[in-house]
Design a protein around this ligand. Sequence first.
Ligand SMILES: [Zn+2]
Length: 124
Amino acid sequence: MSTIDTAHFRDVLLEERARVVSALAGLRDEHPGSLEDETEEVNASLDSDDLAETASATLGREIDYTLGENSEQVLADIDAALARIEAGTYGTCTNCSKQISVARLEAHPSASLCIDCARKAEGG
Ligand SMILES: [Zn+2]
């Protein structure tokens, strides 16, 4: 059984956490208005030459909002993973208790399920 380098993954998770927290803070600072307001502004400038640019900015904002919603979940996953590092259970599937492969953890450090359970959870 290989040993998981939890110190490495703690660093990775803390770095990712800081990135998500700052992204969330940025979303709140930069986008105080609602998405509906933005859409109306685009409709009002339909004959503008920079419509395409404005539309793509709005599309980017929709993605930002999705990121904002996902970020809350990402943050919860990261906190749970950090808690598992503290508890000494990091890298163990929370469903079947098998060891999660290091390759999977490298790709998805906050993973709480092994690849088999993750696939089942996704309805595969
Ligand atoms: Zn599992």
